[in-house]
Design a protein around this ligand. Structure first.
Ligand code: ADP
Ligand code: MG
Length: 330
């Protein structure tokens, strides 16, 4: 059984400015499953709804964001959680950090800038299991941090004394302290330079291999997915364009948008400029009719302008939403 099952999720930002109300359809009809023991990548250009999707999946739903329809259900080892109806208290006490943890871009948002790193660990652990034995707690945290290859000194440092890469590793150590079932990482390496990026990604891979949990890795960087993900989902304008095992995404993609993303990856030794996609990402307050990609698609047909393509299975574990592609019975 899947760890997480998302069905027909629609999550919109409802804003009002100078009396004009606006609805941004950031996630618009998304269905997916996360399996146990996999790294599931989510890709797509900026503003396509990746962060909004994980806000809902992780239970961070606050105005102006509103879930209009759909369901988000977890089946953890010993209990189930309906994320759209669970109480805030239950979420805080039993779900956050213990079952689901979240690594954000720029780790300063979780590390308190005026407290030593160990104090942030203490604060978070204390809300779940009040610390009675300080010495034992310190031993456990030190062992965990060392296991992940970090020196003990990081615990006694202030965040600003650490490099960006080290801070991001500390944030990952914090996120994995309780061995959660799901680790969500939103652009975890986007702010880092390439060499540091590689180390942080390797750390995420190693932790996943060690503990067999599920990682939801969100990044616009396709090269990262190629190296890390087991499956990749391509999002375009609030909807899923394609989803497949990583090898199929890179070697046998079917959606013109996925093909564009892959073609625009730089190759070693290549000098020519990559051809960009014409047009700009659609405005999600007023998305295009039919297939949302039709305004930029090199293979656009008449039907694409009016009919929304369903996301259909084409091969095992491979789904595509494109009028060029016929559903195949598996
Ligand atoms: N707080 C907000 N209020 C209104 N619109 C928002 C808010 N946050 C994000 N959006 C809009 O929702 C859409 C999806 O954004 P986001 O989920 O952050 O995309 P991504 O993470 O893929 O870059 C964008 O059009 C963005 O402008
Ligand atoms: Mg984002």
């Amino acid at each position: 059984m899947a760890l997480l099952s998302v069905k027909n999720l629609c999550a919109y930002y409802q804003t009002e400015l100078y009396g004009i109300s606006r609805t941004v359809r950031a996630v618009d009809g998304v269905s997916l499953e996360l399996l146990r023991n996999e790294i599931y990548g989510v890709a797509g250009e900026s503003s396509c709804g990746k962060t909004t999707l994980i806000k809902v999946i992780s239970g961070n739903i606050k105005p102006p964001l509103k879930v209009n329809s759909g369901s988000v259900d977890y089946q953890f080892e010993s209990y189930a959680v309906d994320m759209l109806h669970v109480s805030k208290d239950e979420l805080r006490r039993n779900v956050r950090w213990k079952e689901i943890s979240y690594v954000m871009q720029g780790s300063m948002s979780v590390l308190n800038p005026v407290r030593k790193v160990i104090k942030t660990f203490e604060d978070i652990v204390d809300t779940h299991d009040p610390i009675t034995d300080k010495k034992k707690f310190l031993e456990q945290v030190t062992a965990h941090v060392n296991l992940l290859g970090l020196p003990t000194e990081v615990l006694n440092s202030y965040p600003h004394q650490l490099s960006g890469g080290m801070r991001q590793r500390v944030a990952i150590a914090l996120a994995t302290l309780f061995q959660p079932s799901l680790i969500i990482a939103d652009e975890p390496t986007t702010a880092l330079d390439v060499v540091v990026q590689r180390g942080v990604l390797q750390m995420i891979k190693d932790i996943q291999a060690m503990s067999g949990n599920t990682v939801l890795l969100v990044t616009h960087d396709m090269a990262v997915h190629a190296n890390v993900a087991d499956r990749v989902m391509i999002m375009y304008a609030g909807r899923i364009a394609e989803e497949a095992p990583t090898a199929s995404i890179f070697n046998a993609s079917l959606h013109p948008y996925t093909q564009h993303l892959i073609r625009s990856l730089p190759m070693i030794g290549e000098r020519s400029n990559k051809a960009g996609l014409k047009g700009t990402p659609p405005n999600l307050a007023n998305p295009p009719s039919g297939c949302r990609f039709h305004t930029r698609c090199p293979d656009v047909m008449e039907v694409c302008r009016t009919e929304v393509p369903d996301l259909v299975p084409v091969k095992e574990r491979h789904r595509v939403a494109c009028h060029l592609i016929q559903e195949t019975s598996l």
